[in-house]
Design a protein around this ligand. Structure first.
Ligand code: F6P
Length: 360
């Protein structure tokens, strides 16, 4: 096996709290193993030109454990394989350029920290001969093969805090408060934050909802004397027989942007119940701020494991949380799939048993 003395690290896709904690762990673990770390800026774009990267020493990553965002920058423009790129050496095919620069920069391997899209791109580069290890990141928690992605716990903690705050004002005014959360096509954030925040209705993409069933549930609460209600809606939720709400359709290399369902649900519930209703979209607030201690530990373990896998030559893999262990999974078992909430998941079934409606 060839001895690796220099690796690159990059962050791709939407940011998530804990990215910097992974970078820090990778840099420190690598340095302690005699491996130099090159930080690549803005995902794979950092391999387009030599001036879009910098050597990272333990000194450079001191103090970033608790910081949200990513010191390397990121992009979620979509698949770079899909378009040519302008370089100082002319217009080139993106993937050819990345592979060429990987070798020119004398890198032995890459640590790719990203969500499903970035890991799929990494897998393609792996097939073009770049030795790499993936690290799963997303607040959506929708990557298969790992029970948790870092960022998810922080997003849930933020959304739960927001729901707590909305509870008091909802109760004071006897209103229905609708909270739209992120998650794309998976309902993990809505389910966890909804249960942790004591929501009365939780609408997730996995269960198309019937607004009449939600209305009925909220009316029952009024009858008991609870004159307010909290409804958590995942951005990817859609009504039975209806469509997902979009802010922007997919175009070029960009994926569609979900959003707006919270406002629709709010208006429909207002009409059906005659009560005052208000809606809030938590949006990118869920991606900002300091990672929770759970996410810091997970991210640190992921970073350390990624360096261990590189040293062992276990490429084409993704580090994964398989409690209580951090393990390696082949990337080709993971990419191109979405981990959604199973219908027999006990958090879901317990919530139902407590009377929370999912609109089904
Ligand atoms: O995948 C993370 C995520 O925050 C989703 O929950 C959300 O749909 C999407 O990214 C938003 O993307 P952007 O930051 O491009 O608006």
């Amino acid at each position: 096996m060839r001895l690796i003395t220099r690796i690159g690290v990059l962050t791709g896709g939407g940011d998530a709290p804990g990215l910097n904690a992974v970078i820090r762990a990778v840099v420190k673990a690598a340095a302690n193993a005699g491996i130099e770390c090159l930080g690549l800026e803005d995902s794979f774009d950092g391999l387009i030109e030599p001036d879009r990267s910098r050597v990272l020493t333990p000194r450079d990553v001191t103090g970033i454990l608790r910081l949200g965002g990513t010191i390397l920058g990121t992009t979620n423009r979509g698949n770079p394989f899909a378009y040519p790129v302008t370089t100082s050496e002319g217009t080139r095919d993106y993937s050819t350029r990345v592979v060429e620069m990987f070798h020119k920069m004398k890198l032995g391997a890459l640590v790719v920290i990203g969500g499903d899209g970035t890991l799929a791109i990494a897998h393609q580069f792996g097939q073009l001969g770049i030795p790499l290890v993936g690290v799963p990141k997303t607040i959506d928690n929708d990557i298969v093969g790992t029970t948790n992605c870092f960022g998810f716990d922080t997003a849930v903690a933020f959304a739960t805090d927001a729901i707590d705050r909305l509870h008091t004002t909802a109760e004071a005014h006897k209103r229905i408060l609708v909270v739209e959360v992120m998650g794309r096509y998976a309902g993990w954030i809505a389910l966890y934050a909804g249960v942790a925040g004591g929501a009365d209705a939780i609408l997730i993409p996995e269960i198309p909802f019937d607004i009449d069933i939600v209305t009925q549930r909220l009316r029952e609460r009024d009858e008991w004397g609870a004159k307010f209600s909290i409804v958590v809606v995942a951005e990817g939720a859609c009504p039975k027989g209806g469509e997902r709400s979009l802010i922007e359709a997919a175009h070029g290399a960009y994926a569609e942007r979900l959003g707006g369902v919270g406002a629709h649900v709010c208006a429909a519930l207002g009409l059906a119940t005659g009560k005052e209703t208000r809606s809030v979209v938590l949006g990118h607030l869920q991606r900002g701020g300091a990672p929770t201690s759970f996410d810091r530990i997970l991210a640190t373990r992921f970073g350390g494991k990624a360096v261990e896998l590189i040293r062992k030559g276990e490429f084409g893999t993704m580090v994964a949380f398989d409690p209580p262990d951090i393990i390696a999974r082949p990337l080709d078992e993971v990419v191109g799939r979405t981990k959604t909430v199973p219908m027999d998941f006990d958090v879901l079934t317990t919530a139902k048993s407590l009377g929370v409606t999912f609109g089904d």
